[in-house]
Ligand binder design. Structure first.
Ligand code: GLN
Length: 288
């Protein structure tokens, strides 16, 4: 649907086909609402914030300026995870950790697609967690997703008791270089900075998650990321230089750019050794 169709279907609370099958004029109240929404959009506010919702893999999700607007690239991430997990024998229930859940798009889509799975979803923002919880309820998967307001970096380092034995850890972390934030299109700059800012090189979350995630995954567990345009080589280096991962592979988006990365933990993971290695390196990671 184009922007006009999206505004009109939202105002008339109808389907796209009804706009053409029943092209009645708007009532004065509808016209007023429509004009106000159109003005916000024309002023540069992202259309999804104006509408208050968006579609992610067929799930309708509420969005507001406290959460990043889910992107179609992230649908590729979720599709890839679903294919991979379905193709493998997983423990039941399959346990998934979503780091930086935002609107809950990834957690909710996975909970719907993978039968019986249990998802733990973290976000540093209290407001984002509130949006994500509502979205999980509306989409009927609130029982299988635990939402926690946590700073993922602190949680991973703190070796919290609940973060362990996951079959899969996923993140679409903030990955824009801090210096590039000011040059983003005006509508993107209205999205939460916390959801976009990946530090001076845009890689700080990948480096930190890769360092720690192996400690919380089962042997042969999966780590999945969405990555930015030019980040495949750097993320590949973090993974291949780390002895706890293997089977690193990339998946392209619709423009043939590597967009999703997957790695697996080794068959046998000695958690004590992993912890010692991780802890030696943490201090460096969190300085950048
Ligand atoms: N998980 C959410 C998404 O993929 C939020 C990501 C983020 O805040 N960086 O859209």
């Amino acid at each position: 649907m184009n922007a006009d169709e999206l505004l009109l279907t939202a105002v008339r609370k109808c389907r796209r086909v009804d706009l053409y099958a029943d092209p009645r004029p708007l009532t004065p109240e509808e016209q007023q609402t429509c004009d106000a929404m159109r003005a916000r959009y024309q002023n540069g506010e992202p259309l999804q914030y104006v509408l208050g919702e968006c579609d992610f893999l067929g799930n309708t999700l509420a969005v507001d300026p406290s959460v990043m607007i889910p992107r179609t690239e992230t649908e590729i991430l979720v599709d890839t995870i679903v294919q991979k997990l379905r193709a493998n024998k997983l423990s039941k229930p399959c346990r998934i950790l979503d780091l930086g859940t935002g609107s809950g798009n990834i957690a909710i889509a996975l909970a719907k697609a993978i039968e019986g799975c249990l998802v733990t979803a973290l976000d540093i923002s209290e407001d984002a967690i509130a949006v994500a919880k509502r979205n999980a309820e509306v989409n009927g998967v609130a029982q299988r997703i635990e939402f926690l307001r946590e700073d993922m970096r602190a949680s991973l380092v703190a070796n919290r008791a609940w973060i362990k034995n996951f079959d899969c850890i996923v993140s679409n972390p903030p990955y824009i270089k801090t210096s590039a934030l000011a040059h983003l299109p005006a509508d993107v700059r209205q999205e939460p900075r916390l959801a976009l800012d990946g530090g001076s090189d845009g890689l700080r979350f990948y480096e930190a998650i890769i360092r720690r995630a192996c400690q919380y995954l089962k042997p042969e567990g999966y780590l999945f990321f969405e990555i930015g345009d030019d980040q495949a080589a750097a993320v590949k280096a973090f993974l291949t230089q780390n002895p706890f991962y293997r089977n690193v592979c990339f998946y392209p988006d619709h423009t043939q750019t590597d967009r999703v990365v997957c790695a697996q933990t080794a068959k046998v993971v000695c958690s004590q050794t992993t912890r010692v290695v991780c802890e030696q390196k943490d201090e460096h990671t969190w300085k950048s």
